[in-house]
Design a protein around this ligand. Structure first.
Ligand code: SAH
Ligand code: SF4
Length: 352
């Protein structure tokens, strides 16, 4: 007998849920109720949806499902408190999400693709290659399942900085943000959501036009086109110049401050000329710089330029940051967190 595939409700936006319930002969309002159950109450069992009739619950149970991912395991880093979650997709792909606790918030880092096609030379995800895009359900379920299984408090912020390039999986990423920020979903405001991109200019503009007004982080890493192309091949297709223009547009349109991510690489982007160029670039747009110490990718057995990359020593990172700060620019240095469980930035690369 043909087994009919169940409809995945997790990942549907509020308007899609309304439409779905209309399409099965129910009122659109049922869609809102189910939205509330799935995303606010985080239920995964139709029987818990008490304001639906028993008949409808049974029907939904037979035809729909709510979990887009299976929770496999979590691992805690004793030194930093970082927790890494491992999930499995329905087609047996592994994905990871990481919770990074800080003083007043706990940030969940989520993935948008399995692997990444962009091949940045310093990134473990890039080295593992591209497998596929995640569905909206798989993107949002990282949050809902992590929140359910996180024992050290509440997840307050979400950053799209796990595996993959969010703007190359644009529609699904956008849907996931719509779900997180929906008025009916009381959990997360747009101020608590950051999308990080390596720079796809027309998509940055489209994100600006979406009016979602979430925060944007741009993986800068070098202010020089040649050097940036060397470590980020995507820069050949979409130059820094085009990206900066798109970023200015984003900042103006959304009235938000841009974060420039800057992974410090010895001899590559930590020279005096880099300080100068960075100061000049930052003066253009309301922005701040987030320096990320380079996390080792040795576990990926890198070749070519990837094998030659070295971290800038921490004391030199501080000197570099001070020089930029002296020009009245906000600079943060991210503490390397989760290094001991390979959960730090750019270290996510799950073996398949
Ligand atoms: N694809 C997106 C988001 C995921 S990467 C992007 O590139 O922005 C999240 C951040 O981690 C990016 O700023 C990326 O440049 C940085 N990163 C990647 N590998 C790293 C490494 N080995 N050490 C430190 N930061 C790294
Ligand atoms: Fe992809 Fe971002 Fe890694 Fe580059 S840094 S390979 S864009 S995940």
């Amino acid at each position: 007998m043909n087994k009919t595939k169940k409809v995945q409700l997790k990942g549907l936006t509020i308007s899609e849920l309304r439409d779905y319930f209309k399409s099965i002969g129910e009122s659109a309002f049922r869609g809102e109720q189910v939205f509330n159950w799935i995303y606010n109450h985080k239920v995964t069992d139709f029987n818990e949806m008490q304001n639906l009739s028993k008949e409808l619950r049974t029907r939904l149970d037979e035809t729909c499902e709510i979990a887009a991912l299976d929770f496999v395991t979590s691992e805690n880093s004793p030194s930093t408190g970082t927790t890494k979650f491992l999930f499995k997709t329905n087609d047996d792909k592994n994905i990871e999400s990481v919770v990074i606790p800080e003083k007043e918030r706990s940030t969940l880092c989520i993935s948008t693709q399995v692997g990444c096609p962009l091949d940045c030379k310093f990134c473990a995800t890039g080295l593992m290659g591209y497998k596929r895009n995640l569905t909206p359900g798989e993107i949002v379920d990282q949050y809902f399942q992590s929140a359910k299984n996180y024992e050290d408090g509440e997840i307050t912020n979400i950053v799209y900085m796990g595996m993959g390039e969010p703007l190359l999986n644009f529609d699904n990423t956008l849907k996931s943000i719509k779900i997180f920020t929906a008025e009916l979903n009381k959990g997360l405001s747009r101020h608590r959501i950051t999308v990080s991109t390596s720079g796809i200019p027309h998509k940055i503009k489209e994100l600006a036009e979406s009016e979602l007004r979430i925060k944007l982080a741009f993986s800068l890493h070098s202010c020089f086109e040649d050097m940036r192309t060397k470590i980020m091949p995507i820069n050949k297709k979409y130059s820094l110049k085009e990206n900066i223009e798109a970023i200015k547009f984003y900042s103006k349109k959304t009235k938000t401050r841009i974060t420039y991510e800057y992974t410090m690489l010895k001899g590559i982007n930590d020279r005096d000329e880099d300080v100068k160029a960075l100061v000049k670039l930052c003066s253009n747009t309301p922005s701040k710089i987030n320096i990320i110490p380079f996390n080792s990718i040795k576990h990926m057995a890198p070749e070519g330029i990837s094998s030659e990359l070295e971290p800038t020593p921490l004391n030199e990172i501080h000197e570099f940051a001070d020089k930029v700060r002296n020009k009245n620019i906000t600079v943060m240095i991210r503490e390397t967190q989760g290094d001991d469980i390979a959960a730090a930035c750019g270290q996510l690369a799950v073996k398949h």
